[in-house]
Structure formats: C-alpha cells, structure tokens
Design a protein around this ligand. Structure first.
Ligand SMILES: C[S@@+](CC[C@H](N)C(=O)[O-])C[C@H]1O[C@@H](n2cnc3c(N)ncnc32)[C@H](O)[C@@H]1O
Length: 305
C-alpha cells in the first residue's frame, strides 16, 4: 500500500471512528469521507461541494459523487480526501463555504473570492436588478459608478448585463481591487477600477451611482458571526449609517441631472436612508425589498443643481 493510502486509512480510523482500521486491507470509500463531514455536523451540500473541490471537480458534479460514493478512495485520491477533511474541520469551525472553495455565484456570474473581500450576498442582486431596470432610460452609453466594489460583484453584473454601460468600480482597499481586477479579467468585462475614499476625489459625472457600503453598527451582535470577513467591508460607525451619510452627501456633485443614486442598506435602515436622500435634494425617493420582504435598497433621482 502506498504511503498516502496508509495515512488516509489512519486518519479515517483515528479521527472519525469510521469502519476502516489501520492495517485492514479494504480501502475507505468516498461515502466514508462524507460521513466524516456528517459527524462534524456539516450540511450535506456543503460536504459534497468541499469533497468535490478537494478532488478538483466542479460543484455541478454532485451526480458523479452520488454515483461513485461506493467507490474505494483510489491511491491518487488519498491526499484530496485528507484535504477534504481539513476543509470539513474549517467549515465546522465557521469558515464560510465561499472562502473554502474560493468562489461565489452572483447574478449568474462565478466570482472568485477570498478573505480580502466580502462574500457577495443574494440580497445585493436587488441593487443590480434595480440598476438594470433604470439603465435603458439613462442614455446610450450610461456612465455607472459602483462604490465599494469588493469582489467587483455589482459592477461586473451590471457590465455583463448592460454591455453598453461604461462601468467604473471604486474601493478604498487595494486588496479588494486586486480581487475585482482578477474577476474582471477572468470574465473579460471591461470595468475601470479606481482606488478612492468614496467620492472625495471623483471628478467626473455619472448617470448612475450604486453602492453597497458597510452598514452594520459597531456594537451589533451579528458581527460575531461575520468574523471571517473584512471589518472594513462591514462596520460603519456607532449607528451603521456613517458611510451611507457620507455617500448621500457627496453624490450630488458626481451625478448628472436626472441621474440616480441607489444604496443597499440594513433591513431596518430604509426610513433613515430615505430621509438622508430627501435631505440632500433627491426626488422620487423610494425603496425596494429583499427576498424576505424587508426594505433593502433605497434610491433617488438627482434633479440637477
Ligand atoms: C459591504 S462591502 C460590498 C462589496 C461588494 N460591493 C458586494 O456587494 O459584495 C463594502 C465595500 O466598501 C469598501 N469600503 C469601505 N470603506 C470605503 C471607503 N471609505 N471608500 C471606498 N470603499 C470603501 C470595502 O473595502 C468593501 O469592499
């Protein structure tokens, strides 16, 4: 038996109380590997995706895994099985699946993500959809600015679905911009990347400004569950509105007359963000709901100075 195979049998026997014992002739099966994850309390889908990832297969190969669950772990799969166990342990300790597999689906795009960026959320697709609904009325080649782009999720989804738009993506984090740049290159989407502190140094005008800024209050209990993601992407002062206040105040200087500002915010912040938009002179102020029915994005039209 090759060494890698011996090691595989050993960890299965030691760490999982599985049926395989050191020195026994029968090799472990892929199903035994998945049982390790079940004992750690992992969701079946997570376990399958992590094992497929370790085996170098895409998540769409779940049917393959089901069909081969009874197959013995081949010698050349032994290190992948060990890697899967390490991933199971990290997942059981709370590390997000997207960071472990290095990817996240967003608005039909496969984005690469790691600890440098927030994992794009399904709620943010509401912001993208609203942008795509508005864009046809905003000119032939509307200029779009995505503030706090992170992985590039919003900017890339807009660019992909509205190829005539001229999309710029801005972030304060050099690390985030590197991830967004890599996603733009891999998806072959011509988004311009810019480093900046919100709109402080943006000199040009846009027909549409979008932002999913940090909006969690610094003392919020939910932060504990988000410890793996960058705090710079999450926290916005004592009430969670610091960045939303800043963007709302700055945006009129960077919007063309008739342009729109759309903001994602916390599920209890719609009234506060709408009030900020009205206070800064936006018209047609309104909110859109997430899948749970909470006001999740608010926006308004800039009438011009
Ligand atoms: C909630 S994340 C959103 C990421 C991405 N747009 C998404 O929806 O998945 C907020 C982003 O804002 C960026 N950010 C925080 N403060 C900033 C600032 N002062 N200027 C520009 N970007 C900032 C963070 O680096 C982070 O990437």
């Amino acid at each position: 038996m090759p060494n890698s195979c011996k090691n595989w049998s050993r960890w299965l026997a030691t760490d999982t109380h599985a049926e395989i014992r050191p020195g026994t002739a029968s090799p472990a099966k892929l199903a035994d590997v998945l049982r390790v994850a079940a004992r750690l309390g992992l969701e079946q889908l997570d376990a399958q995706w992590l094992l497929l990832h370790a085996l170098g297969k895409p998540p769409t190969e779940r049917a393959w895994l089901a069909a081969h669950a009874g197959d013995a772990v081949a010698p050349e799969q032994a290190s992948a099985a060990a890697q899967a166990q390490a991933l199971f342990t990290r997942r059981a300790a709370g590390e997000p699946l997207a960071y472990l597999v290095g990817q996240q689906a967003f608005y039909g795009l496969d984005l690469q993500v790691d600890r440098r960026v927030l994992i794009p959320r399904a709620d943010t697709e509401v912001l993208v959809q609203w942008a795509l609904d508005l864009l046809p009325a905003l000119g032939v080649q509307p200029r779009v600015l995505d503030l706090g782009t992170g992985s590039g999720a919003v900017a890339l989804a807009v660019q992909k679905n509205c190829p005539q738009a001229q999309v710029t993506a801005l972030d304060a984090s050099v690390d985030a911009l590197a991830v967004a740049q890599a996603n733009a290159a891999r998806l072959d989407l011509p988004v311009t990347l810019l480093r900046g502190d919100w709109l402080a140094e943006v000199g040009s005008k846009f027909e549409l400004i979008l932002a999913n800024p940090p909006y969690i209050a610094s003392g919020d209990a939910h932060l504990a569950a988000l410890a793996h993601e960058p705090m710079q992407a999450l926290v916005a002062g004592a009430d969670g509105l610091a960045d939303l206040r800043q963007i709302t105040a700055q945006a009129p200087h960077c919007l063309s007359a008739g342009g729109w500002l759309l903001l994602e915010h916390g599920f209890e912040q719609a009234a506060a963000v709408s009030a900020l938009l009205v206070q800064h002179g936006f018209t047609q102020v309104q909110s859109r709901c997430d899948l749970a029915g909470h006001g999740r994005c608010s926006g308004g039209q800039w009438p011009g100075l």
